[in-house]
Write a protein that binds this ligand. Sequence first.
Ligand code: ZN
Ligand code: ZN
Length: 340
Amino acid sequence: MRQLVLTGPRQLVWQDVPDPQLSGDGQALVRPLAVATCDLDHPIVAGTTPFPLPVALGHECVAEVVEVGSAVGSVKVGDRVVVPFQISCGTCGACARGLTSDCERVAPLSMYGFGVAGGERGGFLADLVHVPYADAMLVPVPEGVDPRAVASASDNIADAWRLVAPWLAEWPGEEVLIRGGAGSIGLYAIDVARALGASRVTYLDVAGDRLALAADLGADVVELVAEEPLPRLRRVAITADFSGTVDGLRHVLECTAPGGHCTHAAPIFAADVPLPLLAMYTFGVHLHVSRCAARPAIPAILALVAAGRLHPERVTTDVVGWDEAAAELVQPRTKLVIAR
Ligand SMILES: [Zn+2]
Ligand SMILES: [Zn+2]
């Protein structure tokens, strides 16, 4: 089969590799139909992340099931499914607690599309993908939902979901503040927050297309201007930092209400980051720092899309054909979808 491999910064090559095979009765093989870029893919392609190359790229997709083992019961050949980017068994202690990002049955950080850093699981820009725990991982796409619209449910929409959904469930109707950044997750988070009943969503970003789209999605937008001090804003209970910068994180913490919850979602690739711990202590601000666990959020996301209450297709900036992937992936975009 063919798979698209990043061999050096901005160097993408289609390579012929052996087809994956089933080696157990709970496994499946799937054929990706629509692959979306994760917000991390652009920096990976540009060579600015610590992930070693080569990387078989792509870890967000809707795929068609082409083969299943005899013990697989939740999906059948021909089904269209969202494939979570993390490998998870669904039954270990971590998976039972919803931490499919930390499944105890596989090596830490086992995920598609990250090369050796993800355990060499292959990428979704390939003709076939091996799914080791089909019943636990694969989520059927509801009838009538366009695979291109929900390809990012594998990772980025699920990442947006965890920024706001658990806290809106705890505090219905609360206000949400999101500090956006390069990519899509902050925009998806606006859509999720609106769908789940946030009374108001404030979105902070630098000028550009993302700010305009944020307003279209229903956010009150605050334009950040380089070289100018970050604005003093009213504190709200649910906040998310997707800036990828230390200043951005510290600003969002200052915008978080006493007892409120801030999620830090865009990794800062630095070992030591100074935090305003005394202010956080004084105001009782909760700061959550983690990767997302994608699988548990996917069914609720697909149900809201099927009901017309979530609109991830509005965040997609470009849809291109399969053979254009290598040329298109070197261009930074908010959300590129590659379909066949
Ligand atoms: Zn990702
Ligand atoms: Zn597990």
